[in-house]
Structure formats: C-alpha cells, structure tokens
Design a protein around this ligand. Sequence first.
Ligand code: 13P
Length: 255
Amino acid sequence: MRRTLVAGNWKMHGSQAMVRAILPDVCGRLQGVATEVVVCPPFPYLLLAAELLQGSSHALGAQDLYPGASGAHTGEVSGQMLRDAGCTWVILGHSERRAGKCEDDAAVARKAKAALDAGLRPIVCVGETSSQREGGLTFEVVAAQLGAVLDGVGSDLAASLTVAYEPVWAIGTGLTASPEQAQEVHGRLRLQAEAFAPGAGKVMRMLYGGSVKAANAASLFAMPDIDGGLIGGASLDAGEFAAICLAAEGMSWNK
Ligand code: 13P
C-alpha cells in the first residue's frame, strides 16, 4: 500500500513572518494525520521552518539542489547542506526550472542521483506543455523525462523516487487536469517505472500537481494511481493546504 503524500511548493514566496504564521497553523490543523506532509519553503527559511516543524510528523523539503557535495559553485546549495538544514525531501526538475533555468533531462537525472546519494528523497517533476498535449506528445514527453531519471539513478534506487506529474498548462492557471486525464498519465508512468525496475513502479508514489485546491483534491486523489499532490499557490494558505492534506486521508487503502 502506498501512503498518501502532499507536498507544498512555496516557490519564491514567503517571509520569516509568513513561515512563523503558516507552519504552526498547519501543524495545529493536521495533528495525527496519516498522510505524509512535506513543506518546501525557499532556502533562506529552511532553518526556521525546521525549527517550527520540530515535534510534528511533517517533513521539510527544498526546491532544488546542486549535484555536487561542495566546491566553487557560487550561489549553489548541495544535498548535504540541505540535510544539514533539516531537509529530508527535495523537489527536482520543476517545469519552472526546466523552462526558466534551462534544466534538461540529463541535469535533472544528475540531481536526482545526487539527492539520493545525500540521503534526500527526490520529488521529480514531469509534465507536458499545452502545445505538446495538443500535438499528441504528452506520453512521449513525460516518458522521456521519467526515463532519463530512471536511467540516471538505476534500477536499485528507482523505488526511492517520487514522481510529480505537473502538466505545465495547469500550473498556476486555475486549469486542472481532470482526474481521468491525470490518471491516464499516472498509469502510464507507473507501467514505465515497473517495466524499468520490477516492483518499483508499484511502490513509487506519484503526485499530481497543477491548480490543486481543497475543492478538487479529493476527486484527484481518489484515482488509483494518484497518491497525493504537489501544491503550489494553495500551499501558501494554511487552511486551504490543510484541507488538501485532509482530502488525502484514507485514500491509500487500495493503492
Ligand atoms: P499551482 O498549485 O499553483 O498550480 O502550482 C503547482 C506547482 O507548480 C507545484 O509545484
């Protein structure tokens, strides 16, 4: 059975005051939940967030890393540093980085391997643009994105990956993939992972991301291959984020 997981990607939002306001509120609303909850604020707030999450069952994640332990890499942050700051998770290959920072599949694969080597659990994002979907390329695009990471980490470590399917056209747009559209992609990705490393696909958690709200979360999370969500805008509102996490409760029973 795969435990449901909801991760909040704060992107480049927040302040110390916001971290101090949101995290205790989220913890208060989510006491005793079975769903695994991860919060991913920007780098400067990780230490503060780690302090505020102490004593809760919720975990801390970062939004990127540099695939090297240390060295002359101005402005970069390594997996070891993230562990040192209290992170156990890291988001990799977000479409905003693939598009805006020219991260290609090979770079994402290197980062995934570096994350695992540092003892972090990577959430690897994949997803097609609207023109790729319209051109019938959705499965080809996401299969290439996942395939590069599977090849990069190898069959022994494949089961340690978490995948987030985030259609680019659904991110921050208010357009959500329908549960059926998302399920179709998740199902294909799971088959691909299972074919690459038998057993891995069955245990690998696959999150959906893209305009998830409290109002649409339950119908998405009820799909057989959707194990939770990667939440952007709605993770900046404690009440909304907690409601999304609560929508995932009890959804792992048959997965
Ligand atoms: P939104 O939930 O704001 O659409 O963002 C999704 C996302 O990009 C999470 O990584």
